[in-house]
Design a protein around this ligand. Sequence first.
Ligand SMILES: Cc1cc2nc3c(=O)[nH]c(=O)nc-3n(C[C@H](O)[C@H](O)[C@H](O)COP(=O)(O)OP(=O)(O)OC[C@H]3O[C@@H](n4cnc5c(N)ncnc54)[C@H](O)[C@@H]3O)c2cc1C
Length: 427
Amino acid sequence: MSIFAKNYWYTKMMELATSDARVKTQLFHFVDVLPVLQTVEQKRDHLIEYLSAPYGQKSWPMVLKLISSLVRVPLLDRAMVGIADFQVKQMAKNFIVGNSLEEALPKLLNARSKKIAFTLDILGEGVFSDYEAQFYFDKYKTLIEGLGEASKSWKKISPIDESSLGDIPPVNISIKISALDCRMDSMSFEASLKRLIARLEPIMELAMKKNVFINFDMEQFALKDLTRELFKQLLLMPKFKNYRFFGIVCQAYLKSSLSDIYEWIEIAKQRGTPFSIRLVKGAYWDYETIVANQNGWESPVFAKKVESDANYEACAKVLLDAFPAIELALGSHNIRSISYALAYAEEIQLPENSLEVQMLYGMADPFKESLVKRGVRIREYAPVGEMLPGLSYLVRRLLENSANDSFLKQSFLDNTGIHHLLRSPKS
Ligand SMILES: Cc1cc2nc3c(=O)[nH]c(=O)nc-3n(C[C@H](O)[C@H](O)[C@H](O)COP(=O)(O)OP(=O)(O)OC[C@H]3O[C@@H](n4cnc5c(N)ncnc54)[C@H](O)[C@@H]3O)c2cc1C
């Protein structure tokens, strides 16, 4: 494949990143900063700084040596910067469904026609100003209003627009609370909660009016209690108490996840109307581990991948047992984790279409297709937005896809045997 080919950089980068930890760090720092830089000179210096062999490093990939040499040649620097810019944008396109809703919508509707539902994620998190928070608040509202209205003319598709409890909204939106308030701080819990409730209440009211599903994504551990309390208080408000289409995420890599789930089950019973839980393993493992180590805290996440895998299965079991008080969405690309939950649902004879499987846009497409063929309800998590606010998302996906323990890496890159991939995490 030539370096001008559409996906050359992504394929090469994953290959390089998975072969050497030092190369991986340099490459991901390179991607993380490049889109922020403005001038050719800045980008050229950045290319030289991050793609040249670090001082004292004896072995360094040939392709990186070549790029960092060529970019030093006058007249060639512009071309090299252009190629790097293009390749990073191409890479982002693997994971981002479109820069705008206009660009994304035809793709989402096309996926629906293939029986893949969507949950829309507006790229952007951890805002730094009231202006930005207002921007995202307005954006969520416009999206709910516009898509809710448009979806009235969409044809109902089975099984993605229904569950065993009845019809479900074709429009599903995932929200990150850190996009909605810049002063959010778990140390000033009550004040943060009050401001967030003021933000979320109108969003949820509109969603209810427009028949839209709202899901709260889960972010760093530091925001977990705030996110949970916020969701709980909103869920129990009389005006929202009868609406089934709210959901929250639970991260099975957290040691506290199972006890959180038991609390959710109590809340669901108290509420009387079901809500959803998307069970994932968690996307901030490196971050949580580093923060805990730096501060000398006990880590909130499991240390071993098999522990997260085993806990995922334990959480899925408890959640399936709680049906219909809680509806489960399995957010995973791991066939072992998904199969375990599907098999357990069958074993306890849950009605057909009682749970759904969710996967990220641009990842594990062959798995999605085969689950569709099996008649499983599938939803794709579809990020929409510009490259800059999407950088954290992009870097999380790169880290995830290049991790040695990743199920996708083991199945698609390492060709690991089926017995190893499907073995029980407890074995
Ligand atoms: C639809 C969808 C929505 C999502 N929403 C969220 C969200 O709101 N919040 C969020 O945090 N994540 C979210 N994720 C990401 C998710 O948490 C995982 O990062 C991702 O799906 C990979 O897990 P897996 O089961 O697919 O793959 P696997 O390869 O089986 O698992 C990888 C995961 O294992 C865990 N892990 C890796 N190494 C270790 C270790 N040494 N010790 C312990 N655990 C380890 C990590 O959680 C890692 O992501 C979402 C994923 C999907 C598919």
